[in-house]
Ligand binder design. Sequence first.
Ligand code: UD1
Length: 343
Amino acid sequence: MKETTQTIIVTGGAGYIGSHTIIELLTTTDFNVVSIDNFSNSTPASYDRIKKIANRSFESLNFDLCNEAELNGQLSNIKNIAGIIHFAAYKSVPESMTNPLLYYHNNLTSLNNLLKFALKQNIKNFIFSSSCSVYGNADKLPVTEETELKKAESPYGHTKQIGEDIIRFVCRSELNTVILRYFNPVGAHTSGQIGEFPLNRPNNLVPIITQAAVGKNSLTVFGDKFDTRDGSCIRDYIHVSDIANAHVKALNYLIDKKNKSNTPVFNLGTGDGVSVLEAIKSFEKVSGKKLNYTIGPPREGDVVAVYADNTLARNELSWQPKFGLDDMMASAWKWQQTLEAGN
Ligand code: UD1
């Protein structure tokens, strides 16, 4: 059993999934949280939002995880580290196509440095943010964790494949890692007080949709001639709070030693494949806003279709997604309206 003084290190804690996971940790566990973020795609304001929603405080550190000396200096004083949840990474498929080395450097160096630290400090439990992009264009859908990984379609996806391999070779005795393959995390906390907040023009579909609805962005559907039911790409959108909840379950799964291997892998998706055009329709329905969009060419690096078989996460982690597509869109819209109101 854990003691109340144990600490969880969350990297990328000011970011989109990290911030929702800290809320989950603070509201459902006794762990202390130390967040590490260099605000490369987030702002310190998300810490204030987390504290307000959770009504609890936590520590935060600002440095780049690629700087090993700084990582060791900043983290070696932290006592009783029960686990590390590693979110901090670059995550844009198109950006990774134009600047692959940025992705290989940032996503892999930070992982290496953290794993080295975890081994040195004898930390037992690690959670890694992987992605369904590791499957590439899979032969058969839905994908299970056993589905063969095809060639990654983007450097972003490739960094996740390599990251998983690094973890499998490193975690062979004391250190255990749950590899969570997120499908497409979207939506925002039901309070409407925190959500995705990309510093630059977003590349992900849902923030582009909500910005388009308030006239801050234009929406292009990347391709409508794919071999799918309406010609647009298919994804498995999953509410960010369901993803956050899965992290706490995964952490406790390791702490309670329920894992059957050193590096269990779980798909985190709802299991429903949704096309880009269907996602747009859901948003229009829940917001009452008609979106103007154009159809553009396919985006380089995109897979055509992917959605999850989530049976393993349901059975092993006792996790199940609570939110549907309309909830995801409604919460993302609520958050956009909070931003518009300047709150
Ligand atoms: C990818 C990963 C996902 C990861 C995410 C992080 C895959 C299959 N999924 O999501 O696991 O969490 O990166 O960023 O690799 N689209 C448009 N117009 C736009 C933007 C997007 O039509 O302006 C379409 C895309 O072509 C895609 C869908 O919307 O079909 C979702 O795109 P996006 O939100 O960018 O996420 P992925 O790249 O699928």
